[in-house]
Design a protein around this ligand. Structure first.
Ligand SMILES: C[S@@+](CC[C@H](N)C(=O)[O-])C[C@H]1O[C@@H](n2cnc3c(N)ncnc32)[C@H](O)[C@@H]1O
Length: 394
């Protein structure tokens, strides 16, 4: 049994913890290690009653964040710094019933999304502001509307399929949860607001993060003897073209073609950028650009089970030449000790797409089955271990 902690020491710890803020810690690695330690400490401090409350009510936070966003509460409370609003004022602005609103606000304050500074007095905090940022707000909608029904359906789906690893995107928890025959992307694309939320959320999750250009020696590896007509970079399933834009911004002087490929709805919303060709291409069909230096796929492979990844990769391998490389930009999970942010994304793509995030060993195995060999893996985010896997035909 560990030694007991005297009450005075507990008081000192409580005081220290209550003043800590992310913005006060300059070193990001230090902030992360403190965050993980504090998180583990809260688990260690729980009684069984605390544990069961935390786990069984986790999804309520998403639901309540969605309702608060519908009422624009986070936006309203973030609009003016340090302005306290009472329940009556908020009821007038939102037109929600005052008693109902009081109950919602009480919950939001009790889980740290807003602050309760007096009886029926509410204040926006840094967390409130975070929840009002458009891309993160879109994440609340995306996770509530698209993902939560999958979580609801997952236990029955896995039991019905005798706990086999899902590999059919047309028959996974997504179809059960949404009572649809559509696959996740079709479902998202069929209603503009769903697709907008998805795109905004995807962009927000990458914002301010390192990118592959921070670690991959692009010029050294790919840019020898370039001519203006050489296909330099093809972003396969590149969405609205953020990575092509980032590439052009980092290397404006490079000649060679930069091509973004995606389905029509994404191309219709593509970011205009001089020198970037936005083209409609379905990556389950023949790749139209032959002999590109790099075929880049960010967050594509993790949307598919192995057999579909292999089909997509072989269509690219068919048109590669001796100078071509496939650059897969996805998380590489460690073979042991994956981070909780990695494991939750793995289950998300499993429930929604019958897909998977792969451990390093699983990447090697899938790419080997496709006929590719890994040249090198370059990791550019510490927690999620987003990485570039540079691969060439064996
Ligand atoms: C997870 S998003 C990744 C987008 C982009 N690569 C990024 O990292 O920002 C998956 C992308 O694949 C596109 N997509 C899905 N199926 C596709 C297909 N059959 N052909 C081409 N693009 C497809 C989607 O429209 C979406 O933009």
């Amino acid at each position: 049994m560990g030694s007991t902690v005297p009450n005075e020491d507990v008081s000192i710890l409580v005081k220290q913890l209550s003043t800590i803020k992310a913005s006060n810690i300059q070193d990001e690695a230090a902030r992360k290690s403190l965050f993980e330690a504090a998180r583990n400490a809260t688990f260690a401090l729980e009684t069984p009653g605390d544990t069961i409350q935390r786990i069984t009510h986790a999804s309520l936070q998403t639901t309540m964040a969605r309702i608060a966003s519908d009422l624009a509460l986070f936006e309203i409370l973030s609009r003016e710094d340090n302005r306290v609003l009472n329940t009556k004022q908020l009821a007038e602005i939102t037109t929600a019933d005052e008693v109902l609103l009081g109950r919602l606000l009480r919950y939001l304050a009790s889980v740290g999304m807003i602050e309760e500074v007096g009886e029926n007095q509410w204040l926006g905090t840094e967390t409130t502001k975070t929840l009002s940022v458009p891309g993160l707000r879109a994440g609340i909608y995306h996770n509530h509307d698209m993902i939560m029904p999958c979580w609801q359906a997952l236990p029955k789906f896995l039991a019905d399929t005798k706990y086999q690893n899902p590999t059919d995107p047309a028959h996974c928890a997504f179809q059960e949860g949404h009572n649809t025959e559509q696959m996740a992307f079709q479902w998202a694309l069929s209603v503009p607001s769903r697709f907008d939320n998805f795109n905004l959320w995807m962009a927000a999750t990458h914002e301010g993060q390192n990118t592959f250009l921070d670690v991959y020696p692009f010029e050294k590896e790919l840019c020898h003897g370039l001519k203006p007509e050489t296909p330099l970079f093809v972003d396969v399933g590149g969405g609205i073209g953020q990575q092509c834009l980032a590439l052009k911004q980092k290397f404006p002087h490079l000649s060679g073609r930069v091509v973004n490929q995606d389905l029509p709805p994404a191309i219709a919303q593509a970011l205009p950028c001089e020198g970037v060709e936005h083209t409609v291409h379905d990556f389950t069909t023949k790749q139209p650009i032959e002999g590109a230096r790099a075929y880049y796929l960010r967050n594509i492979m993790h949307d598919y089970p192995d057999d579909k990844c292999i089909i997509i990769l072989r269509l690219i391998m068919d048109v590669m030449d001796k100078d071509s490389v496939i650059l897969i930009d996805d998380m590489v999970l460690p073979n042991q000790g994956a981070h909780w942010r990695q494991t939750q994304l793995d289950l998300l793509v499993m429930a929604g797409l019958a897909a998977m995030e792969r451990t390093e060993r699983q990447w090697y195995s899938m790419l080997d089955a496709a006929g590719l060999k890994v040249k090198q893996i370059y990791t550019y985010t510490p927690e999620l271990r987003d990485s570039i896997i540079a691969a060439v035909p064996r």
